[in-house]
Design a protein around this ligand. Structure first.
Ligand SMILES: Nc1ncnc2c1ncn2[C@@H]1O[C@H](COP(=O)(O)OP(=O)(O)O)[C@@H](O)[C@H]1O
Ligand SMILES: [Mg+2]
Ligand SMILES: [Zn+2]
Length: 507
């Protein structure tokens, strides 16, 4: 971070609520914020991120273009009452983040600062020996117009990315585009619409089983509230609605599913039986996937009833067509048309071009060269420190345990005297420990009175990159063993040679 031109500072973890109200994020983040009332009755926020605090600081400190550009960073504990905390350190309520914020005079400046951070992040993750992918991503509650996520492929990951091995397209699942391919009309002839009784059957699987039609011959009609205005969204029933795409399309700030009462008011029927035919007074928008369908099934807007052989244009009209669904594995790539592959990943870093949202709300302006007052243009950049640990372990392990990349290992060397009752072994182990320590090598000595088997097993499990084994048999020939955890290669060497070998193995 320092080499990339950033300056380190440490911000408070406790923030006044008023700061969060100025940007509207006290309400927007809602239950994610961990808050408490202090002895004077003031509400305080435990910082989940620091855009508010840093922008307030810069607003007070920087007055002129001469103070810009500036990139500031910290390594700090963050607090988020996550809706779905996950095992270990992947997603916790308290975690460590390295966060940075850039302030520039204009867009070109932001692009430069952004690139400097982006490149530094690539170097950081490379140095952590992580195999990672960068993808374009949604900006979520940060706002702004562009963001990139740094993703580590791992089975235990909770983020999904879509990629194409043909042309290299990659995007996070929330923004990966679906093509208009499915707009092509099926050649089937239009059949007469007909009402069918589907008593108590409302989910897609059950309706399709009951009526003996495939899920892709069903259309789901989802009633939502977009900034308090109702909207009906149509989507082929085997697809999943992507609320981020809908929110962006409608340009609304809150998108919520309608409750039973609103559904009844709008459609006349109960939840689970909505359909577009005869629907009045509500905007009907549809995913592209519905456009090519003929003779499909929809809800009939009355209890226990569906309609079969419903058709577009003849039976109802759609006001807007767009891409409102999540892409599926096997769907065509939006860039080249070949097949998209989905994989689970762990998000270890995230960079955003924020623009002026925070500088406007918190008054971070400066006097430019031309004598005009202007708003600072911001970027923000985060790395999940503990999450890197989880990701590194997911990627570097074998059946025996962790294989730490040297740059992240808690120790570089572990010394294993196999028999603590053997004086000579202990003497050599302690001597070696002193020698390596004085060379500033991080070294740990397993001086527990455990069996050799347990020591070997534990050393493999905790994954220190280099093991030095001191056993009676080899000692009799004046040799000790140096073993690399990664490939389990063992060499027998004299004590002196061993130190040289270790220095050679270290990065
Ligand atoms: N609850 C958490 N536990 C551990 N790490 C987290 C958590 N939330 C975020 N991070 C890390 O901090 C980085 C920046 O956070 P941000 O992008 O704001 O999080 P999110 O994508 O969860 O909204 C993420 O890329 C991730 O590595
Ligand atoms: Mg993120
Ligand atoms: Zn492609």
């Amino acid at each position: 971070m320092d080499n990339a031109g950033a300056q380190e500072l440490l911000m408070p973890a406790i923030h006044p609520k008023e700061l969060w109200e100025k940007t509207g994020r006290f309400k927007l983040l809602g239950e994610i914020l961990i808050t408490y009332k202090d002895r004077h009755g003031k509400i305080c926020v435990l910082g989940p991120t620091h855009e508010e605090v840093i922008t307030d600081l810069v607003a007070r400190e920087i007055r002129s273009y001469r103070g810009l550009p500036k990139t500031l960073y910290q390594i700090q504990t963050k607090f988020r009452d996550e809706p779905r905390p996950r095992f270990g350190v992947l997603r916790s309520k308290e975690f460590i983040m390295k966060d940075a914020y850039s302030f520039d005079r204009n867009k070109e400046g932001l692009n430069e600062s952004y690139k400097a951070m982006f490149d530094a992040y690539c170097r950081i993750f490379e140095r952590c020996s992580l195999n990672y992918i960068t993808v374009e991503a949604d900006t979520g509650f940060m706002g702004g117009d562009l963001s990139h996520e740094f993703m580590v492929p791992a089975k235990s990951g909770e983020d999904i990315i879509a990629s194409c091995s043909e042309c290299g397209y990659t995007a996070s699942l929330t923004i990966a585009e679906c093509t208009k391919d499915s707009m092509r009309q099926s050649p089937e002839e239009l059949k007469a619409i007909r009402e069918v009784k589907t008593s108590g059957v409302s989910t897609v699987e059950r309706v399709s089983g009951f009526l003996k039609v495939r899920p892709d011959q069903l259309v789901k009609t989802l009633i939502y509230k977009a900034d308090e205005k109702p909207v009906a969204i149509l989507i082929r029933a085997d697809h999943n609605l992507n609320e981020v795409k809908v929110t962006r399309y409608l340009n609304c700030s809150a998108l919520e599913m309608a409750d039973d009462k609103l559904i009844k008011d709008i459609t006349g029927g109960p939840l689970g039986f909505s359909g577009p035919v005869g629907l009045k007074g509500v905007r009907i928008i549809s995913d592209y996937s519905v456009a090519g369908m003929r003779n499909f099934v929809t809800g009939a807007n009355k209890a226990d009833t569906h309609l079969m052989n419903v058709n577009l244009a003849r039976d109802f009209k759609v006001s807007d067509w767009s891409d409102f669904r999540y892409i599926d594995g096997g769907d065509p790539c939006p860039k080249c048309g070949k097949q998209i592959k989905l994989e689970t990943t762990i998000e270890v870093g995230h960079t955003f071009k924020l623009g002026t949202k925070y500088s406007k709300d918190l008054g971070a302006s400066f006097l430019d060269k031309d004598g005009k007052d202007k708003l600072c243009i911001m970027g923000c950049y985060g790395i999940g420190i503990n999450r890197i640990i989880a990701a590194a372990i997911e990627q570097n392990n074998d059946k025996d345990g962790i294989i730490w990349p040297s740059s992240l290992a808690p120790y570089q060397v572990i010394i294993l005297p196999l028999n603590m009752a053997h004086k000579e072994s202990v003497k050599i182990a302690e001597g070696l420990y002193g020698k390596l320590s004085s060379e500033n090598i991080e070294v740990v000595l397993d001086d527990r009175e455990e069996s050799a088997g347990i020591k070997f097993k534990d050393a493999d499990l905790i994954g220190i990159p280099i093991q030095v084994v001191i056993g009676e048999k080899a000692l009799a020939k004046n040799k000790i063993e140096v073993k690399t955890r990664k490939d389990k290669k063992v060499v027998q060497l004299s004590e002196k040679e061993a130190v040289k070998e270790i220095m050679k193995l270290l990065p």
